[in-house]
Design a binder for this molecule. Structure first.
Ligand code: GLP
Length: 360
C-alpha cells in the first residue's frame, strides 16, 4: 500500500524518516552474517536525514556496524575525491561519522575502466546480499528517482545514463552555477533495482518538488515521471513536507492525512522484515577480504554461480548508446567499493559486454 506522510517542514519530514530507518534496522536486529542492506541517496534533501542519523548514532541509539549500504548513483568521470562526487558527499555527511565498516560500503565507481562490468558487478553485489531491505531515495524536480531521467525504462537496472538538461540545471548549484561544469553522465541503479527493494522510502521536500509529487502520486504509472513506478511497489513510503504537497488535490492530502490519523503509523506498518527476499537466490556466505584485496580496483570477475546468474533477456543492464567512451575513464583504486572484490573475483564472471549473464 502506498503510504504518504506529510510534515510541516523539511526538518520534521527528516526526523520522521530517520526514526523510521532506525526502527527498521533495530527491528531487523542485524548481525555480521545477516546484515541490514540499506540503499542510500545523495542530494540536499537527505542531508538533514544523515545529520539526524549521525546524532542518534553519537547518542548511542543506533549502530551501523552490521549495515551494508548501496548508493544509488554516482557521476561519471568526476574524480572520486572531487568535493561534489557522491562518494565525497557520503563520507562527508554520513560514513565518516558512524561505525559502518568500510567493506560494507558500496558506491558505484564513476571512473571504472569498464562501465558495463562495474554496473553488472554492482547488481551482483546486491544479489549477493539477498537484495536491498530498504531503499531510501529523493526525487528530482522532473520526477526522477536516482538518475532515472524522464523516459527511462521501468525495467531498467544499473547502467550509465545521460543527464537530462533539467537535472544538469538543477545540479549546477553544486558546480558554481555553471552548467558546463556539471558531468553529463552518471551511473545509476535502475527503476527495477529500486523496485526489487523490499521497502522504498522517498523524501520530497520543497515547493520545487510539488509537481513531481503530483505527477508521481496522482497520475498513472509512466516512464516520464519515474517516481510513479513506485505505485506498483508493495511497500512505498513517500515523506513530504507541506510545500511538496502544493500541487496535490486537497482530497488526496486529506486522505493520506486521515490514514495517519486513523492510527496506522507507518513506522509499525512496514513489510515483515525478512533477511532474504524471495526474488533473490540464497547468497554465498560473505567472505572477509584481506586489506590488499580491498585496494584492488573492480576487475573482471571469473565465473558466476548458477544461482546468481541474471537473465538479461528480461532486463538490459546497459543503455549502450549512452556509454562513456573509454577515453573518459581513468582507473582509480576505490577502497570503499572494494570490499567484495575478492569475493567477486573468485566467484563471479561476466562476459565482455557485461550486460549478459545467462544460465548455462
Ligand atoms: N541523483 C540525485 C537524486 O538521487 C536526487 O533525488 C535528486 C534530488 O536532489 P535534491 O535532494 O538535492 O533536490 O538529485 C540528484 O539528481
Amino acid at each position: 500500500m502506498l503510504r504518504v506522510i506529510i510534515r510541516e517542514d523539511p526538518d520534521a519530514a527528516s526526523v520522521y524518516i530517520a526514526d523510521y530507518i532506525i526502527s527498521r534496522i533495530k527491528a531487523f536486529n542485524p548481525t555480521e552474517n545477516q546484515p541490514f542492506v540499506l540503499g542510500l541517496p545523495t542530494g540536499s534533501s537527505p542531508e538533514i536525514i544523515y545529520k539526524i542519523l549521525v546524532q542518534r548514532h553519537r547518542a548511542g541509539e543506533i549502530s551501523f556496524k552490521d549495515v551494508v549500504t548501496f548508493n544509488m548513483d554516482e557521476y561519471v568521470g568526476l574524480p572520486r575525491d572531487h568535493p561534489e562526487s557522491y562518494h565525497s558527499f557520503m563520507y562527508k555527511h554520513f560514513f565518516s561519522h558512524v561505525d559502518i565498516p568500510p567493506q560494507n560500503i558500496n558506491i558505484l565507481d564513476g571512473n571504472a575502466p569498464d562501465m558495463a562490468t562495474e554496473c553488472t558487478s554492482f547488481e551482483a553485489r546486491i544479489a549477493h546480499y539477498g537484495g536491498i531491505e530498504l531503499f531510501l531515495g529523493g526525487v528530482g524536480p522532473d520526477g526522477h528517482i536516482a538518475f532515472n531521467e524522464p523516459g527511462s525504462s521501468l525495467n531498467s537496472r544499473t547502467r550509465v545514463k545521460t543527464l537530462a538538461y533539467d537535472t544538469i540545471l538543477a545540479n549546477s548549484r553544486f558546480f558554481e552555477n555553471d552548467v558546463n561544469k556539471v558531468p553529463r553522465m552518471a551511473m545509476t541503479v535502475g527503476i527495477q533495482t529500486i523496485m526489487d527493494a523490499r521497502e522504498v522510502v522517498i523524501v520530497a521536500t520543497g515547493a520545487h518538488k510539488a509537481f513531481a509529487v503530483q505527477k508521481g502520486l496522482e497520475d498513472g504509472v509512466n516512464h516520464m515521471w519515474t517516481l510513479s513506478a513506485l505505485q506498483l511497489h508493495p511497500h512505498p513510503l513517500i515523506v513530504c513536507d507541506r510545500d511538496a504537497t502544493l500541487e496535490l488535490k486537497v482530497k488526496t492530502v486529506r486522505y493520506f492525512e486521515s490514514i495517519e490519523q486513523a492510527g496506522t503509523d507507518a513506522r509499525t506498518q512496514g513489510p515483515a522484515l525478512v533477511y532474504r527476499p524471495r526474488a533473490y537466490p540464497t547468497p554465498m556466505p560473505a567472505k572477509r577480504s584481506s586489506p590488499r584485496q580491498q585496494q584492488t580496483p573492480v576487475g573482471t570477475p571469473k565465473k558466476v554461480p548458477k544461482d546468481l546468474r541474471i537473465n538479461t533477456e528480461l532486463h538490459r543492464l546497459m543503455e549502450e548508446d549512452e556509454l562513456t567512451p573509454d577515453s573518459m575513464s581513468s582507473r582509480m583504486v576505490d577502497s570503499a567499493i572494494g570490499g567484495l572484490d575478492g569475493t567477486l573475483n573468485n566467484d563471479l564472471v561476466f562476459d565482455r559486454m557485461g550486460a549478459r549473464m545467462t544460465a548455462h
